[in-house]
Design a protein around this ligand. Structure first.
Ligand SMILES: [Zn+2]
Length: 238
């Protein structure tokens, strides 16, 4: 059924969450390292921590940067990049900060929570590869401090990504959620915006979500990569 909807839709938008990343093997940062389990991320992932406790802040993000360097896009990410080339899908809205969609070759990606692939200077905004954190280097050539290009606690979503996601959700004829419990606001409003704008809504997630009642199709307890691979082979056969 989903492959028919995908083939028939003139504008398909994908929305991805943590479940997409965990299939790459990337551990959730809360369980990644016992050391951080005792820390409250809402205390650590803040500009307050960057400005007053920079060594601990950098150490925390250094572990997460090492995580995304160690793991990479899986089959599911690659299928989505391929589908974009074939214009089967038109964009991806993601809550993930690992940058795996871009790494897999996807072009039109709205990274709602930013990306861990880059750092930028708090003072002059100059961009750097997050490789610098691996070397525990966090000072810009202007003397400012480098922070990851993700949203920290209390910060609002990046305007460009938010606006793009909003427009894409409105344009969608088919909107497919992959691996998100849709519990984080305001990102979770996009499936409903799509639905209200007339899109068919599909939710593929390990567990039930509060938005399942609005969906035209719900798939639970399946690996996203496998579902995408199945659809991809059905599309190739037809
Ligand atoms: Zn600077």
């Amino acid at each position: 059924m989903l492959q028919d909807w995908l083939a028939a839709s003139n504008y398909t938008v994908i929305f991805t969450g943590a479940g997409m990343s965990t299939e790459s093997g990337l551990p959730d940062f809360r369980s990644a390292n016992g050391l951080w389990r005792k820390k409250d991320p809402s205390q650590l992932a803040t500009t307050e921590a960057l400005n007053h406790n920079v060594h601990e802040f950098v150490e925390f993000y250094r572990d997460r940067v090492l995580g995304i360097k160690k793991y990479g896009p899986h089959k599911g990410h690659k299928i989505l990049a391929d589908w974009e080339k074939k214009q089967l899908i038109h964009s991806i809205i993601t809550q993930n900060v690992d940058g795996f969609h871009t790494e897999a070759g996807s072009i039109r990606v709205a990274e709602l929570h930013g990306t861990l692939q880059t750092l930028h200077c708090q003072l002059c905004n100059k961009k750097y590869s997050s490789e610098k954190y691996v070397d525990e280097d966090f000072i810009c050539e202007c003397g400012g401090m480098l922070r990851p290009s993700i949203i920290l606690f209390g910060e609002s979503l990046p305007e460009d990504a938010f606006n793009m996601a909003f427009e894409e959700a409105q344009k969608a004829e088919l909107f497919i959620v992959l691996g998100s419990s849709l519990s984080v606001s305001p990102a979770n409003q996009f499936p409903l915006i799509a639905k209200e704008s007339g899109a068919k809504l599909v939710i593929i997630n390990e567990e039930q979500t509060d938005y399942d009642i609005y969906a035209d199709l719900v798939i639970h307890k399946r690996k996203i990569g496998e579902v995408l691979k199945e659809i991809d082979s059905m599309l190739r056969e037809s």
